[in-house]
Design a protein around this ligand. Structure first.
Ligand code: CDP
Ligand code: MG
Length: 735
């Protein structure tokens, strides 16, 4: 019986049987939320026979995205291109004819907005032009920010290659927990968050001659904050050059914000793209993706395929399904190279997506939003767009932040489609209906600053001495309540005093490149003498969700292996347990393999842990171990996360302060146990608000770690049995 239902793995640690089904339903539910559903359950098994063309997904051609160039045949030989010297490739980019004009504009204006189609060479070329022009003389540096870590890494690698230097010498990158720069590094690609942190050590960015805020249209929180800070610095550093680079969106807004700075347009080079929609909504977009890729592969002329999915778990599931089906089809189809790309993918794997496709084969790149504008992959002719992305949302009333799979915006959908028309006329297959595009997609994506918590950023701004946040120069201001809540939370965490001023503890928290709650947890480990364990927990939490590995053919073994790590107390201790055992194995990859643990994630956790350990001295926390007294570890975690607490009521879990209904994630070690009080690391909304990484706590700890935040009364337990207490009292009375 061919399986129509997608074997959806929510994450490597996907739970077995019943939970699996639940996840499927959850995901199907999410998909049908907006686009209308076909009943998944009643659906006949189909798609199995793609090649017999029994049942395939029907697309209708609806519109064409106008290109500026006449359609031409797809490039015939990518190998020939390869042989061309790297300089010739540089000269072929759309930005190249404008080199002199652009440099002149930069010389003449302090702030310049640069607009250009994705792939025109903004990111890789402009910093090189500036380098060649002497902007890095006297050891001055050029910063180029990227919203995504993968983009920063891969672009830096590309530029180093173009310049013929070793990555980390003249050209380098710097992302959180990973610094690939040296004294010599003058071209610095970095995440926007890292440049923000640079302000802490160098508030006027004195060692930089140029700051290029790239991918500005993404409007990430950090980019938005950078705008305000850089605008300010530019006022008292007239020699600093500021470049704001963006895809063809929003440039007028940027210009207005920077006192009507001129906009430099790099004319696009884009071929027309035919857009196809499905006739009917697809209930399961992951399955539909897999089917469509194979459909394109067997029916369409040469050219690579780019698929947009929402995250690592989904991408891995899709890649696995694709590989699976290709294997089964064997020599009936031509070779299909399946390549994933997402934020945590190790760099050697990332590099593979840029390698040219061997003749006769076809490449399919399964990517997150990162391929929308930050990365350009040569040779893409087909784009497959299910129309979703993972988005953070924040409710300032409840203080709850969640990550949700939501329909992407029209602007996003159009950017995605545009990726098909870079080298030749292309096609974009949208896995939703034309009606849905018209009526259900938002025009543009709401800037992140308006849908995220601001604790981190507020702490940073306070450390920079910016007190009046209400009057900070925001491109789009965050909701007033969100700012207020951030201040309140920082006060509760002890980072700010009642006047809103930074405390000593707050200054230390800002030193650590992690969220305030995590910082607080690390600081609290001093008091509970368990910094060794807490560092591990912190490191493991930061590589969250990709610890366990669950191959399809060994589901039972994998689940057993996972359960073997369970410790009473909850998921944070499970993470600690995994790491400790791995360390005892001598950080062995064989050990990981045997225990169904992802070696790569562990290696990253080890890196993160080392870096955090290196910062402990600066925040005056000594190394100490709890020697197996896990209560201390749990209390230290509670000291950071007392905001994220829930209690079991008659109607399930409710958050303690806001009384929101929440659920334990089925993958949690506490899923079966349902302890009365718990804290969670994060909430993830699919069909329900799921708490991910939960820890059992005692309500009395909340009074111990946050007496200013909790009152004994609200921690009283209406369901607690009254009897034992009475008996106790009687005994006392009896003396
Ligand atoms: O920033 P923008 O989108 O304008 O273009 P870019 O990222 O500078 O890309 C210019 C060229 O470099 C494109 O043809 C890319 O294919 C190529 N590139 C690459 O081969 N490898 C990378 N890691 C990044 C860019
Ligand atoms: Mg770019």
């Amino acid at each position: 019986q061919p399986a129509r239902a997608v074997d959806l793995v929510e994450e490597e640690s996907g739970a077995p049987g019943e939970e699996q089904r639940r996840w499927e339903e959850a995901r199907l539910g999410a998909a049908s939320l907006k686009f209308g559903a076909r009943d998944a359950a009643s659906q006949e098994p189909k798609y199995q026979l793609v090649l017999e063309e029994e049942e395939t997904i029907e697309f209708v051609r609806a519109t064409q995205l106008q290109g500026d160039e006449e359609p031409s045949a797809p490039p015939t030989s990518t190998q020939a291109q390869q042989k061309e010297s790297i300089q010739a490739v540089r000269r072929s980019l759309p930005v190249f004819p404008f080199r002199e004009e652009l440099l002149a504009a930069i010389a003449n204006h302090q702030v310049l907005i640069i607009e250009g189609e994705t792939g025109s060479g903004k990111t890789t070329q402009i910093p090189q032009y500036l380098f060649e022009e002497g902007y890095t003389n006297k050891g001055m540096k050029i910063a180029c920010t990227q919203p995504r870590r993968v983009a920063a890494m891969s672009v830096a690698a590309r530029v180093a290659r173009e310049m013929g230097v070793k990555l980390g010498n003249e050209v380098g990158y710097s992302i959180r927990f990973e610094d690939c720069t040296s004294e010599r590094t003058v071209l610095r690609y970095m995440t926007d968050g890292m440049l923000l942190r640079e302000f802490l050590s160098e508030p006027d960015l004195a060692s930089y001659s140029v700051v290029m805020v790239d991918e500005a249209h993404e409007r990430t929180l950090h980019t938005d904050i950078l705008f305000g800070l850089i605008k300010d610095v530019a006022r008292f550093r007239p020699e600093l050059k500021v470049l704001v680079a963006s895809a063809t969106m929003d440039t007028a807004r940027f210009s207005t914000f920077f006192d009507d700075a001129p906009v430099f347009r790099i004319p696009g080079r884009r071929f027309p793209v035919d857009i196809f929609y499905t006739k009917a909504p697809e209930a399961d977009y992951l399955e539909a993706c897999v089917v469509s890729v194979l459909q394109i592969h067997v029916t369409q002329p040469p050219g690579d395929i780019l698929v947009f999915l929402t995250g690592q778990e989904e991408i891995e599931a899709a890649c696995e399904m694709l590989q699976d089906r290709c294997r089964r089809l064997g020599s009936k189809i031509r070779e299909l190279l399946v390549l994933p790309i997402y934020a945590n993918l190790p760099s050697d794997m990332q590099a593979r997506i840029f390698q040219p496709t061997p003749p006769g084969a076809r490449k399919v790149v399964v990517a997150t939003n990162i391929a929308e504008t930050s990365l350009t992959i040569e040779g893409i002719i087909y784009v497959l767009d299910p129309g979703f992305c993972k988005q953070k949302s924040y409710n300032p009333r409840t203080g709850m932040e969640s990550l949700t799979v939501t329909p992407c915006s029209k602007a996003s959908a159009n950017q995605r489609a545009g990726r098909a028309g870079r080298v030749a006329a292309g096609k974009c297959f949208r896995l939703y209906t034309a009606w849905a595009y018209q009526h259900e997609l938002e025009e543009t994506t709401v800037p992140e600053i308006q849908r995220t918590s601001l604790g981190n950023v507020v702490l940073l701004l306070k450390s920079l001495g910016i007190h009046d946040l209400m009057h900070f120069d925001f491109l789009d201001p965050p909701p007033y309540e969100t700012l207020l809540l951030a201040l309140e939370q920082l006060y509760a965490l002890g980072a700010l005093n009642h006047l809103g001023e930074l405390t000593t503890s707050g200054r230390k928290m800002a030193e650590l490149p992690v969220d305030p709650m995590l910082s607080k947890m690390i600081l609290a480990s001093e008091k509970y003498s368990c910094s060794e364990e807490i560092l591990t927990v912190a490191a493991m939490l930061s590589v969250n969700n990709s610890i366990f590995y669950r191959p399809k053919d060994k589901v039972v073994h994998a689940d057993n292996a996972r359960v073997n790590f369970f410790l009473p107390g909850g998921d944070h201790l499970v993470l600690l347990n995994v790491y400790t055992q791995w360390a005892e194995s001598g950080y062995s990859s064989q050990w990981c393999y045997e225990n169904f643990v992802q070696f790569r994630s562990m290696r990253r956790a080890r890196d993160v842990r080392e870096q955090l350990e290196g910062l402990l001295e600066r925040v005056e926390v000594g190394l100490s171990s709890c020697q197996g007294d896990y209560i201390r570890v749990r209390k230290a975690i509670t000291a950071g996360y007392f905001y994220h607490t829930a209690r079991l009521t008659r109607s399930g879990y409710r958050t303690v302060k806001q009384q929101q209904t929440v659920f334990i994630h089925p993958n949690s070690s506490l899923f079966e146990q349902q302890p009365r009080w718990l804290l969670y690391h994060e909430l993830v909304l699919t069909t329900k608000e799921f708490m991910r990484q939960v820890l059992e706590i005692e309500s009395s700890w909340l009074l111990e770690v946050a007496p200013h935040y909790y009152k004994a009364k609200e921690l009283e337990d209406p369901h607690a049995k009254k009897m034992p207490k009475k008996i106790g009292k009687t005994r006392e009375e009896l003396g």
